[in-house]
Design a protein around this ligand. Structure first.
Ligand code: ADP
Length: 634
């Protein structure tokens, strides 16, 4: 029988497993039991809607058989099993994202020279069996099929698939346990006591009985010639090793933080601690239990289309959906967890579930719960919240913008921004609490970096007055402002355009007067620049800068940059308004030149316009011409 070769990636993972010097080899048992449990889940779910299956919730099991003499260990289940093709495709390649992630992390680690330390922090699946065995045999019969197939491999040199006999659907994984070495006592893995404790440690919550035949003895009293004697008689009994109570069904106070965290890592294939977890036990219109986790970091594919949001959904302990997307709003798509409700109808099809009223109620409650947990975190553990924000803040901002701001009110208190007040992040509530009495609104400015924004000419006067400015550096920020519009009755005001409400009535009047007096000059400026600007006017917002550009209409410069990045030939442009500082000596110079030499004054105007563009972070329309212009004046 010719051996088949593993796919390259799988071979690599397999090599690592076989040659692993990792000390936690015991996790292989957890992995195989978890596979068995998944397979049972699948058939159990089918049995709900298909009477043909002929099995009830209580008929399913996972079984461990240790054969000390034969040095083999068998894990069997009566789940869905695998067809020949499935054996081939499931065990010949790396199937799971966890395994893929593992592989990725591994090559990163290898670059740094530390090899296998990370094994076991991942769910590495079926291949982990090779950490403890020389040969692995999988015998499986798929539900609904008459045939059974055997997959066998002694490691990296490939595998074979042959027909075999098996009278019921399900799978058996048989491992030829390695011989003991100086460093490793592989015999542990066929030792009853070790196996019992490993099941307790890793798989206690598995919802199907994990059975094992155990050797027991019981005392027997005998009386011979009036003399009493106790003998011990040995017998075997099949025992259920796990408590079968899933962690979310346990009483909240009785589960430790470590339990939650271990459950999270194992279930969701993360090797980092969750940033936050919460155990919900809700009774009301709909009763349910839930465990919700916020990961410590965004998954490597979190910001891609591949990432699937959703919570695992159970009804009375039976898993009905692996990732129920309807349970999570888009803005909380980073949340992982399980929901279990006896109120959900089991016979419901997965499509109908979408319209289920109970499900909608649960989803709403969960959303509220997550929001409150986050607010709590923000209030009590600032540093942690900020690390949450760094990982998932972008998602919240998108959430605030999405659906025309439908979630604005519920998300606005979770948002954070950089600002002119110190180095750190600030919330809107904090900003408002620091607002000056006479301050007209919440000022914000957008730009590429905090540094660039902080140097905007328009920011100067605000800072002088002690008004804080939010520094927005993400593309989505500006859209968020447009959607938020007001926060606690304070209007958001872009410092790059429009009236900032900085001047007193008197100052306004004075400026109007000056504007009137400079009418000719401003007309000249507009004419000199033509279509490049919409208007030239005097500004009361400038301090040390002679000019600046502000955006006139709805569109800001940042939006313009954003649009042109996506559509290079986009004609959408923000209205440019050239603002001149009448108190600046350059303005006086320009005025003089306008009186003396119009040709030269035109050049001044062009140079000033170029300056304004550069400071606003906008490209010069013709850099060569601009450079020539400056040189000609020197
Ligand atoms: P994962 O379980 O993470 O997907 P594995 O390498 O452990 O990755 O398993 C690969 C696939 O093989 C599983 O997704 C499943 O489809 C199948 N499989 C493994 N063990 C069993 C089993 N006991 N019964 C049925 N299918 C199984």
């Amino acid at each position: 029988m010719a051996k088949k070769q593993f796919k390259a990636e799988s071979k690599r993972l397999l090599d690592i497993m076989i040659n692993s010097i990792y000390t936690h080899k015991e996790i292989f048992l957890r992995e195989l039991i978890s596979n068995a449990s998944d397979a049972v889940d699948k058939l159990c779910f089918m049995s709900l809607t298909d009477p043909e299956v002929g099995m009830g919730r209580g008929d399913f099991f996972i079984r461990i058989d240790a054969d000390k003499e034969g040095r083999s260990l068998k894990i069997s289940d009566n789940g869905v099993g695998m067809t020949r093709d499935e054996l081939e495709s499931n065990l010949g390649v790396i199937a799971r994202s966890g395994s893929l992630k593992f592989k990725q992390e591994l090559s990163d680690q290898e670059k740094e020279g530390n090899d296998v330390e990370i094994i076991g922090q991942f769910g590495v699946g079926f291949y982990s069996a090779f950490m403890v065995s020389d040969k692995v045999t999988v015998r499986s019969r798929a539900y609904g099929s008459e045939e059974a197939w055997q997959w066998e491999s002694s490691g990296a040199d490939g595998y074979s698939i042959t027909p075999c006999e098996k009278d019921a659907p399900g799978t058996e994984v048989i491992m030829a346990v390695k011989a003991d070495t100086e460093d490793e006592n592989y015999s542990d893995f066929i030792d009853e006591y070790t196996l019992v404790s490993l099941v307790k440690k890793y798989s206690d919550y598995i919802r199907y009985p994990i059975l094992m035949e155990r050797e027991k003895s019981r005392p027997v009293e005998t009386e011979i010639d009036g003399e009493k004697k106790t003998d011990y008689v040995k017998y075997t009994e099949v025992e259920t090793l796990n408590s079968m109570v899933p962690i979310w069904q346990r009483v909240r106070g009785e589960v430790s933080g470590e339990d939650y965290s271990a459950f999270y890592k194992e279930k969701f294939h993360d090797f980092e601690e969750p940033l936050l977890y919460t155990h919900v036990d809700a009774e009301g219109v709909v009763s349910y239990k839930a465990l919700l986790f916020i990961p410590g970091k965004a998954a490597y594919d979190f910001y891609t289309k591949e990432f699937q949001k959703g919570l695992q959904l159970y009804s009375g302990g039976v898993m009905i959906m692996e990732k129920c997307a309807d349970l999570l709003p888009e803005h909380f798509r980073f949340v992982q967890g399980v929901v279990d409700s006896p109120d959900l109808s089991l016979n419901i099809s997965r499509e109908l579930l979408q319209h289920d009223r109970q499900l909608k109620t649960i989803a709403k409650n969960i959303e509220r719960k997550i929001k409150n947990e986050l607010l709590k975190l923000l209030g009590s553990e600032r540093e942690k919240y900020e690390s949450f924000w760094k990982a998932f803040g972008m998602q919240l901002k998108y959430g605030a913008v999405a659906e025309y701001g439908a979630h604005r009110d519920s998300l606005q208190d979770l948002l954070m921004f950089y600002s002119s007040e110190g180095e750190g992040l600030t919330t809107l509530a904090e900003y408002v609490s620091r607002m000056k009495e006479d301050q007209a609104g919440i000022y914000y400015a957008t730009g590429e970096s905090v540094k660039m924004i902080s140097q905007l000419p328009q920011a100067e006067k605000l800072k002088q007055k002690g008004y804080e400015i939010l520094y927005l550096t993400d593309d989505v920020d500006e859209f968020a402002m447009q959607v938020l519009r007001v926060y606690k009755e304070k209007e958001f005001k872009a410092i790059g355009g429009g009236d900032l409400g900085l001047e007193s009535e008197e100052e306004k009047k004075e400026l109007e007067q000056k504007q009137e007096q400079s009418k000719d000059l401003l007309g000249f400026v507009k004419e000199a620049l033509g279509d490049k600007i919409k208007e030239a006017k005097l500004s009361g917002n400038l301090v040390s800068h002679p000019v600046c550009l502000s955006a006139g209409g709805f569109m800001s410069f940042e939006m313009e940059k954003y649009m042109s990045a996506f559509q290079p030939d986009s004609a959408a442009k923000a209205d440019r308004i050239l603002e001149l500082n009448p108190a600046h000596e350059v303005f006086a110079k320009l005025q003089n030149m306008y009186g003396e030499d119009k040709e030269k004054a035109k050049k001044y105007v062009e140079v000033l316009y170029g300056q304004a563009l550069l400071i606003a972070g906008l490209p010069l329309e013709d850099p060569a011409a601009y450079s020539g212009l400056v040189l000609s004046m020197i």
